[in-house]
Write a protein that binds this ligand. Structure first.
Ligand code: APR
Ligand code: ZN
Length: 365
């Protein structure tokens, strides 16, 4: 590859749990592309899903897809941003022309959301692939201009980064998919960055009961800090505990933020007749849920997923940035670890163990 720049990136050579920081070569921005100097990047469960067998991306793979930074170079014909602008990366840039985009649902865009795409090369010359079109756990990325969203320069980079995945996904599930209303009851199962964002949004929506669930007590304080009214440990008595807090009925909405069949089934049983289960977690192809045909009929419940928060990132990321800057949405409880790029393998291990919420990498300016 002629031209381009060499940068450090978190690279997975294969689908095992041992990615390492390596030098990779990224091209110069081509027509309609931009180079972004990354200033902050979160470590998300979907990065883990790239290397633990849940998804099937191509390797070698630069990990990372939740990040914010500064545009440093733009390719020919780029009209969306210019050098120096602060941006959040969007891992599902919409084409705006396919059937789904035309129908107003860009989160289903035919062209977006592939686990990996080819970009640049490794130091030893192999074709490099980047996670979700980004590969953002890196000093720099080169991406299509539609994969960046300008945000105000006052927004701190670490908070801006989270808007691009965890916050957009968790908040969007509450606001756009479930449309939680004041006075309603919700349960959020799985309290990582995504689940805690759903808790934040449920509180903001005025939900009266926000039951937050995880596997160990270690998430209790985080849940309460994000606005949960109750914390419950996920065990055999969970559904009974949830019903006991809702006059035996079950909650209005359950948000499954884990990505497993068993937790989807638990969410289903936690919801009242006519209520809704929102699957936010991204599970594996062979993990199959089982529901009784009679129960599906009798319960009147709705089971639906929320892909990327059913959000239009071009509209919703700037709106979230305004909420954060106005003090209406405090995303800082999501950040439990501030780390360097070299510490990202340990952050992935923490995610695998269900410890903490977001680890955010800071890069020097
Ligand atoms: N019951 C309750 N909580 C559980 C269970 C369970 N059976 N199993 C795991 N969890 C919890 C973990 O302990 C962890 O706190 O779910 C949480 C998941 O959080 P993270 O690993 O930090 O994941 P996050 O990045 O928030 O993403 C959640 O959304 O976008 C998708 O791919 C992503 O499927 C993932 C999900
Ligand atoms: Zn993510």
């Amino acid at each position: 590859m002629s031209g381009g720049r060499t940068v450090s990136a978190l690279l997975a050579r294969r689908a095992d749990l041992s990615p390492t920081v390596e030098q990779v070569r990224l091209p110069d921005p081509g027509p309609g592309e931009v180079r972004v100097r990354i200033r902050a990047a979160g470590v998300c469960h979907s990065d883990l899903s790239m290397i633990n067998g849940t998804l099937a991306p191509s390797f070698p793979l630069a990990l990372g897809h939740e990040a914010a930074g500064v545009v440093t170079d733009v390719g020919p014909g780029t009209d969306r941003v210019s050098g120096g602008e602060h941006v959040v990366l969007n891992w599902s840039p919409a084409c705006r022309t396919c059937w789904h985009c035309a129908a107003g649902r860009p989160w289903f865009c035919d062209t977006a959301g592939r686990p990996s795409s080819a970009r640049g090369a490794t130091a030893d010359g192999a074709a490099l692939h980047v996670t979700l079109g980004l590969g953002a756990l890196a000093e720099e990325v080169v991406v299509p201009q539609h994969a960046v969203i300008p945000v105000p320069a006052e927004l701190p980079f670490d908070q801006a980064a989270l808007l691009g995945c965890a916050v957009l996904t968790g908040v969007g599930a509450v606001r756009n998919t479930a449309r939680v209303a004041a006075g309603e009851s919700v349960v959020v199962i799985g309290l990582g960055g995504v689940g805690l964002s759903a808790v934040l949004a449920a509180r903001d929506a005025g939900a009266e009961q926000i039951l937050a669930v995880d596997v160990t007590e270690s998430k209790h304080a985080l849940a309460i800090a994000a606005g949960a009214t109750d914390f419950l440990v996920s065990d055999g008595g969970l559904v009974r505990s949830i019903r006991a807090r809702t006059d035996g009925r079950g909650v209005d909405h359950a948000f499954e933020c884990v990505g497993r069949a068993t937790t989807i089934e638990t969410a289903w049983r936690s919801v009242r007749r006519g209520g809704g289960v929102i699957v936010v977690g991204m599970g594996a192809r062979d993990d199959v849920i089982s529901l009784s045909a009679l129960d599906v009929f009798h319960s009147g419940r709705v089971l639906r997923s929320s892909v990327y928060g059913a959000a239009d990132p071009d509209r919703d990321v700037p709106a979230l940035a305004r909420d954060v800057l106005a003090g209406d949405l405090d995303v800082t409880p999501l950040i439990t670890h501030r780390i360097s790029l070299a510490e990202t393998p340990a952050a992935l291990d923490r995610l695998a163990r269900g410890e903490g919420a977001r680890s955010v990498v800071s890069f020097p300016g």
